[in-house]
Design a protein around this ligand. Structure first.
Ligand SMILES: [Zn+2]
Length: 191
């Protein structure tokens, strides 16, 4: 049988937190890692946007949003690390409100969901695979853009780019791919 206790007599969450701190209850630092992967097909007649930065190229990427393969991989890595599912569940490609949307808007929303769940973002590491174009000059801009969207130090964002040595659909310039890994941390009372 449940005890009937007036809610007003229960200590607030904040009061409990203060009490825990006063009693020096042990805290533990938790870490979670997440991985993300995305692929889009090259088509003519669209801008190529990677890591939130417009990249000069003959082709853009096909997709419901701006098809920013880099930001999509990061979104999935963040959601995965926080145990919050995947980008398709949060932003269905059947939903008209995401038609042509800048993926930076989606990344920002993911960042807010992850922080609302109590997580801090430790770092983000990205691999971009494209036979063309060369991405070297764009990497610093992407790094700063992504760090800005995630409210973290640019030193915590790393971008690597490579070709696929001419192999497969990437080598054939039919499309490109991105992979991302993130680390989250959270401080919790053990008790
Ligand atoms: Zn995508």
């Amino acid at each position: 049988m449940a005890l009937a206790v007036s809610p007003s007599r229960l200590p607030s969450k904040r009061a409990l937190k203060v009490k825990a701190t006063q009693m020096n209850e042990p805290l533990q630092l938790k870490f979670r890692v997440g991985i993300g992967h995305d692929v889009h097909r090259f088509i003519v007649g669209r801008k190529l946007v990677l890591g939130g930065i417009e990249v000069s190229h003959t082709h853009g990427l096909e997709g419901h949003s701006d098809a920013d393969v880099v930001l999509h991989a990061i979104c999935d890595a963040l959601l995965g690390a926080a145990g919050l599912g995947d980008i398709g569940e949060h932003f269905p490609n059947t939903d008209a409100q995401y038609q042509g949307i800048a993926s930076g808007v989606l990344l920002k929303q993911v960042e807010q969901k992850v922080r609302a769940a109590g997580w801090s973002i430790e770092n983000v590491d990205v691999i971009i695979l494209a036979q063309e174009p060369k991405l070297q000059e764009y990497k610093p801009k992407m790094k700063y853009h992504i760090a800005g969207e995630l409210n973290i130090d640019p030193a915590s964002v790393n971008i690597k780019a490579g070709t696929n040595e001419g192999l497969g659909f990437i080598g054939a310039k039919e499309g490109m791919a991105a992979y991302a890994v993130v680390l989250l941390n959270k401080t919790e009372n053990i008790l």
